[in-house]
Design a protein. Structure first.
Length: 154
């Protein structure tokens, strides 16, 4: 039975690095929206259409994930899954397809994440898709819902 792996955490928490390791470990299909977004639209983070485009990329990725899960192959969604309701929704979707689901939570303190992002920002520059400012990070940190122990054990 295939498994849907949900990568949970803020930018800079190590989701994609872990997702790449899981991709090899499980011979899974890894779907990372930022990679597709950059390939399709370049450095569009400041573009007013960025969020709408990102949503469409994730919708397309889910359509692909459904086909792959139905064929019995694991899928890794590297979406971040900031809210419990979003995680619950994708777990329900996976189970409705007959697949298992597993949360991979990147439990990294915000000060460490900000250190990583600061280094990444210096390397990437303000025009890069991966640039995250302090104000943005603080806002996102406030929106992120840490998975409970019970949620992680499901």
């Amino acid at each position: 039975m295939a498994t849907l792996h949900l990568m949970v955490g803020l930018p800079g928490s190590g989701k994609t690095t872990e997702a790449i390791e899981l991709e090899h470990k499980y011979k899974a299909l890894r779907l990372t929206p930022d990679e597709w977004q950059y390939f399709l639209f370049g450095h569009d983070i400041a573009d007013p259409e960025h969020d709408e485009r990102h949503t469409k990329v994730e919708e397309l990725m889910w359509k692909i994930a459904v086909k792959v899960l139905k064929s019995g192959v694991d899928v890794i969604l590297d979406f971040g899954f900031w809210t419990k309701s979003e995680r619950d929704e994708f777990r329900r979707k996976a189970h409705s397809l007959g697949a298992n689901s597993k949360i991979h939570y990147m439990d990294v303190p915000n000060d460490i994440i900000w250190e990583r992002l600061s280094v990444r920002n210096k390397l990437a520059g303000k025009n890069a898709i991966f640039y995250v400012g302090k104000e943005e990070f603080d806002k996102w940190s406030g929106l992120f819902e840490i998975p409970t122990k019970e949620e992680l054990e499901q």
